[in-house]
Design a protein around this ligand. Structure first.
Ligand code: AHM
Ligand code: MG
Length: 335
């Protein structure tokens, strides 16, 4: 296979299909460059003094890790000055981050989870960055939180970087999903998989089963049937994997199929699930759908959800189509 770089891929997509406007291409390249910088910091570990907790909490009341803050800063600084953005929003910041007046304002808005899977930092397990790109509403002068309240179908690009044994960037601009591996010597992103597709059938699931006793009945039923294996109603055995980094779990599903679930549970109805719609569920749902999979909140398509708050949480069921449809049916049958 003739290797092409991320830049070449984006320029060709712009030229041949006119699918990527020049400003969006610039934006993606800047995000990709920031991910390279984050990957470098992650790779330094203790040598770079980047491990451990910072002495602060984020808006969700979670203790921030040093790398959460470093990664957030890297993304903010990289994206402020290019003239392609109007505002940014991050899982690690309470409010939106409008582009400072000293820089020109562009037509896109960027949302990100700067460092997903933070609990895995110290144990040297894969972590990542997730991002989503929206267009600023027509005629917007001063960006507000309200301008970000667009359903996931409005995303013009989404992707993630996974910092694992290899650093990879997975991207969709609405024309399939393509994967790029970071060539560490050359410092460039090289396409290593084009138009990835998730198998429709799977016998592998990813869920934090330690929460099982708190789940609602449809989820309990689905899980019990998976566990029953060959002898149960599903008639086959299922394997389980849970990395506790959504990027790593989704990347596995993209590679060999599977279903990823973070359901709501009975503990705190104001927090339906753990994952955030704008920074995690929406971008991953776009990637998964573009790869032929499905993504729901148990009842509806995630990409159709009209957001009402920047940091809102949603239950997430995504991956191989047949499995996502089945567990979604179990939930909707109960309505
Ligand atoms: P984070 O963005 O604060 O790292 O939290 C999100 C992560 C996901 O990557 C992962 O799927 C999930 O939290 C793991 O949760 P749990 O610790 O309950 O297994
Ligand atoms: Mg996260």
């Amino acid at each position: 296979m003739k290797r092409i770089s991320l830049t070449q891929h984006l320029i060709e997509a712009q030229r041949l299909h006119n699918s990527i406007p020049a400003e969006l291409r610039l934006l993606i390249e800047v995000v990709a460059r920031a991910c390279k910088t984050i990957s470098h910091s992650v790779g330094k570990g203790a040598l770079g003094d980047v491990l451990g907790s910072a002495s602060s909490e984020n808006v969700q009341g979670e203790i921030q890790k040093k790398l959460d803050i470093i990664s957030n800063e890297i993304l903010l600084q990289a994206n402020e000055w290019g003239g392609h953005l109007a505002a940014m929003a991050s899982e690690e910041m309470e409010g939106i981050h409008p582009i400072p007046n000293r820089y020109p304002m562009g037509e896109y808005m960027l949302l990100f989870d700067p460092l997903d899977g933070s609990s895995n930092i110290e144990v040297n397990v894969s972590i990542g960055t997730i991002f989503s790109v929206l267009k600023a509403p027509e005629g917007m002068v001063t960006p507000t939180e309200q301008d970000f309240m667009q359903p996931g179908t409005m995303q013009v690009a989404a992707g993630y970087a996974v910092y694992g044994p290899q650093t990879m960037l997975v991207l969709s601009t609405g024309n399939g999903v393509h994967c790029f591996t970071l060539d560490r010597e050359m410092g460039s992103w090289v396409m290593t998989q084009r138009d990835v597709k998730i198998p429709e059938e799977t016998s592998e699931f990813a869920i934090n089963a330690s929460n099982a006793r708190h789940w609602y009945p449809p989820m309990q039923r689905y899980f019990e049937e998976l566990q029953a294996g060959k002898a149960g109603p599903r008639g086959r055995d299922f394997n389980m994997r849970w990395v506790a980094s959504m990027v790593a779990d989704v990347h596995r599903i993209l590679t060999r199929g599977g279903i990823f679930i973070y359901p709501a549970d009975v503990r705190d109805p104001s927090k339906p699930g753990k994952l955030r719609l704008m920074y995690e569920a929406n971008p991953m749902a776009m990637i998964v759908e573009q790869a032929g999979g499905a993504a729901t909140d148990g009842k509806r398509r995630i990409l159709d959800i009209q957001p009402h708050a920047l940091h809102q949480r949603v239950p997430v069921f995504l991956g191989s189509k047949n499995e996502v449809e089945l567990v979604t049916r179990y939930h909707t049958e109960q309505l």
